[in-house]
Write a protein that binds this ligand. Structure first.
Ligand code: ADP
Ligand code: ASP
Ligand code: MG
Length: 475
């Protein structure tokens, strides 16, 4: 049975990192036999190829030709530098650079069209955004071949079939399974290492889609499921999933075991280490997922288990996350008690604007409904709500649609929190001691998480305070 290994942007961000990554591929190919590699676009922080591509297309829409042309130069330099440092044969180097140049020419052509029309559709953004992966897999596969491994670059547009929700497409399981098996199994049988683009896929008609930003993790789990792989490993730049973002809190620690629901909750509430939908394809097939560090490969990292009985973690808070850039909206008024279906109509109006709601609270008297959405969707959501409740606002049954900007959500996660009495109390006390004002509270019905809405300016203090509970619980 196969092993799917996904390498994130940093793991393929430079020639040096690609060498390290190739060492790992060589090692695990020898151990596992069948290995499928999934790769992200080159992305040594803070310069990520996907951002260069997408920002370039935005510049084109804004009429800034110089900016997208300089993006093309940056793309060429990044890839050519890696090729020069990795590929020894003059012919191979030239052939690879020509392939990269083909993508850059296409990027420039599409940006030219966007510039002329001053418009960019989600469909076009997906074609541009996905080019980073298409370029990186070609470089990686060529380098693996130079090292004596049989490797072949593949575009996942030929393997993963999705709906046409551009920028956040969902795979169609059966079609994906058929295509993935047909595309990859013959290669594996021939001892070839497929090096597949993360992030991108295609509709039934073959139009390129993407799985959402950071979607390469999801690509790996989709392929793992389609192939019936034994395990899926995500290689990144930290020692697995940690008690909180190690960039924010110094004493963040690796969590050895997490359940599917814990990690999904963490990812949903902002832990950038894994795409929120990654676990979904693996749950029913019980394929374990590991998160490991390319810089520290001997560390066990984190394993995500799908069965609750495999969760051997201590009780209490396991991890804490934060999302910033949010906006709270409150629909309130004393007359709401008599207004039929307020909640349903509220969320219907929100759905029209396609905003995703991150947190909902309702006062029991039904005098207010409050929810938190991304800041950039606020204007649209509020205008839909004002339309939906025009009559009630006029009659003053609904007094106002209140708004608080610059909000954040801090979430404590741990599936065994319910076994600990007063965990919410502990969390609120810790926040109170840190002088963080809690604006809204919500508890996931699975009791796997507790979220609080707070001011964005309080995030660092809040995360630090709740993180101490996680450190305490892990002792
Ligand atoms: P990749 O390019 O490999 O996909 P990402 O940048 O998407 O890497 O994800 C890894 C980063 O996620 C880490 O560098 C870390 O800063 C961040 N991160 C946020 N929350 C967590 C967490 N709870 N555990 C580990 N890493 C986290
Ligand atoms: N390259 C894509 C992005 O930056 C996908 C990924 O890295 O997972 O969003
Ligand atoms: Mg990522």
């Amino acid at each position: 049975m196969s092993l799917v290994m996904k390498f994130g942007g940093t793991s393929v961000g430079s020639a040096e990192m690609m060498r390290r990554t190739a060492d790992l591929i060589e090692k695990f190919k020898a151990e596992w036999g069948d290995v499928v590699v999934v790769a992200s676009a080159m992305g040594t922080k803070p310069v990520k190829v996907t951002d260069i591509l997408l920002n370039g297309s935005k510049s084109a829409r804004q009429g800034d030709k110089a900016a997208y042309e300089s993006a093309a130069v940056q793309l060429r330099e990044t890839h050519d530098k890696a090729i020069d440092e990795l590929i020894e044969s003059t012919e191979e180097r030239a052939a690879l650079k020509a392939e990269i140049e083909g993508f850059i020419t296409r990027f420039l052509d599409i940006c030219g069209a966007i510039w002329a029309l001053q418009e960019i559709s989600p469909r076009t953004a997906d074609v541009i955004g996905g080019m980073g992966e298409q370029m990186s897999v070609r470089v990686i596969a060529a380098y693996l071949r130079q090292r004596g491994m049989a490797a072949q670059a593949l575009d996942a547009t030929d393997l993963i079939v999705t709906d046409d929700e551009f920028q956040s497409a969902t795979p169609i399981i059966e079609l994906t399974e058929q295509k993935t098996k047909a595309g990859l199994e013959p290669l594996l049988a021939d001892n070839v290492i497929p090096v597949v683009t993360g992030f991108i896929a295609a509709t039934v008609d073959g139009v390129t889609t993407t799985l959402g930003r950071s979607g390469s993790d999801y690509s790996a789990s989709i392929l793992g499921r389609a192939l019936g792989s034994k395990e899926v490993w995500i290689w990144t730049d930290v020692d697995g999933v940690m008690t909180t973002d190690p960039r924010i809190v110094d004493n963040a620690q690796t969590i050895p075991v997490l359940t599917y629901s814990e990690v999904s909750e963490l990812a949903y509430y902002g832990a950038k280490v894994l795409h929120p939908r990654t676990m979904r394809p693996l749950v029913e097939s019980h394929v374990p997922l590991r998160i490991k560090n390319t810089f520290n490969p001997d560390h066990d990292g984190t394993v995500i288990v799908t069965r609750a009985e495999d969760n051997i973690s201590p009780q209490g808070v396991k991890a804490v996350t934060a999302i910033k850039g949010l906006h709270m909206v409150t629909v309130e008024g004393r007359g709401m008690l008599g207004v039929p279906g307020v909640a349903a109509r509220t969320f219907q109006a929100v759905a029209q604007s396609k905003a995703s709601v991150l947190m909902i609270t309702q006062s029991s008297s039904e005098q207010s409904i409050c929810f938190v959405i991304p800041e950039d969707t606020a204007v649209d959501v509020v205008s839909h709500l004002e339309d939906a409740f025009a009559e009630e606002l006029k009659n003053r049954d609904i007094e106002r649609i209140g708004q608080v900007d610059q909000m954040a959500i801090v979430t404590a996660v741990g599936s065994r929190m319910q076994g600990v009495p007063g965990i919410a109390g502990k969390m609120f006390t810790a926040l109170g001691d840190a002088e963080v004002n809690i604006i809204a509270i919500a508890q996931g019905s699975s009791e796997c998480s507790i979220s609080v809405g707070i001011r964005e300016s309080d995030v660092a203090a809040a995360v630090q305070a709740v993180h101490e509970l996680a450190v305490e619980a892990s002792r």
